[in-house]
Design a protein around this ligand. Structure first.
Ligand SMILES: Cc1ncc(COP(=O)(O)O)c(C=O)c1O
Length: 364
């Protein structure tokens, strides 16, 4: 049996008619840039997140980048994790700030809240909290630390659409950044991103910033960017948003079956009691990871590693002078983690097949 890591075609087949209508709508009205589809999706997504405002931008990376810029965070350090997609760090360095990486909690893979304060210096300006793999980080403690040291919090929710912390959807604090990269829990048919907030002034500033720094056409109050969510993508996302909760629940159901079938074989994800994970990824920790990866690939099961090389030891960031051993938990898990196929349409038969193959591997 061949099992894909994600299967966007399967999802498309179920919503084809609505998607075609949405695309045709934009093509016929020709408002390709900042059309009313964008405004409608911003309204719907803000509501989904329990926030007042949403600003559609070109990608999750841009969402993070523009937020940092709009908060006027300059000349300093931003705390985050090294076990995340590179974009989290890129948004920091693109603003000429220095990323300072804190080790992770090896159970949740999120920032180890007990290690944050050791990394705070007089130059620290903000914390970018990543809710990795769909599981929110320990926000109570992070808020407490940020308040104590007067730091801004930005939540990287790019893998956590609809995830909850103490019964509330992320972002828990005032600013959350989302990606609509196609394979995300809510994915566009191209690039896309969003910032959500309750801050009226920030909303106003970001709406201008994404549009050349302009509120009124050809009047530029500050130096901005061209970073907008396309109307076609917004129309598609408006259709898909209606299904997000159902799809997240299917992911959770799939995760429970994996948990049950794999519990004595490998280390299955540990989800904190205060959170609802939406399982953007289902990440196991296992012995002989590379051999298992090879075996599953040979058996036509597509798997992934998120992420094989932590950011602090990536060549691109060698100028920061981190060395191996600086973030031991992050580096250790990078050698043991394996992401199994995870998407709402994954069938019970497919999950059973994958788990049978994993069992077969460890019996050899
Ligand atoms: C944690 C995280 N942050 C940021 C991003 C960047 O989003 P995008 O690919 O839309 O730029 C991604 C996804 O790709 C991500 O997973």
């Amino acid at each position: 049996m061949k099992v894909n890591f994600v299967d966007l075609k399967k999802q498309y087949e179920n919503i084809k008619k609505e998607i075609t209508e949405a695309i045709n709508y934009t093509i016929n009205n020709t408002s390709f840039i900042l059309g009313k589809e964008v405004e409608e999706f911003e309204k719907n997504f803000a509501k989904f997140c329990g926030k007042e405002y949403a600003i559609g931008v070109a990608s999750g990376t841009d969402a993070l980048k523009l937020v940092i810029k709009s908060l006027d965070i300059k000349d300093g350090e931003v705390i985050t994790t090294s076990n995340t997609f590179i974009a989290t760090a890129l948004a920091i360095t693109d603003n000429n700030l220095k990323p300072v990486f804190v080790d992770i909690n090896p159970d949740t893979y999120n920032i180890d809240v007990n290690k944050i304060e050791d990394k705070i210096s007089k130059n620290t300006k903000a914390i970018i909290v990543v809710h990795l793999y769909g599981q929110p980080a320990d926000m109570d403690k992070i808020i407490e630390i940020a308040d104590k040291h007067n730091l801004k919090i930005i939540e990287d929710c790019c893998q956590a659409h609809g995830a909850e912390y103490r019964g509330k959807r992320v972002p828990i604090t005032d600013i959350g950044c989302f990606s609509f990269y196609p394979c995300k829990n809510l994915g566009a048919y191209g690039d896309g991103g969003m910032i959500v907030t309750n801050d009226k002034e920030l909303n106003k500033k970001l709406k201008a910033m994404r549009n050349y720094g302009s509120e009124i056409k050809y009047y530029h109050d500050f130096i901005g960017f061209n970073s907008r969510l396309d109307s076609i993508q917004a129309g598609i996302l408006n259709v898909k948003l209606k299904y997000l909760e159902k799809w997240n629940n299917q992911r959770i159901k799939n995760a429970k079956l994996y948990d049950y079938l794999l519990k004595d074989i490998v280390e299955t994800p540990k989800i904190d009691k205060n959170v609802k994970s939406v399982y953007h990824l289902y990440v196991i920790k296992c012995k002989k990871r590379d051999e298992l990866q090879k075996f599953l690939t040979e058996n036509e099961i597509s798997i992934g590693i998120h992420y094989p090389i932590p950011i602090h030891i990536q060549k691109a960031y060698s100028y920061l002078s981190y060395k191996e051993g600086d973030l031991p938990e992050t580096e250790k898990v990078a050698k043991e983690i394996l992401s199994l196929p995870m998407y709402p349409e994954l069938t019970e038969d497919e999950i059973r097949y994958i788990c049978d193959k994993i069992k077969e591997f460890y019996k050899k």
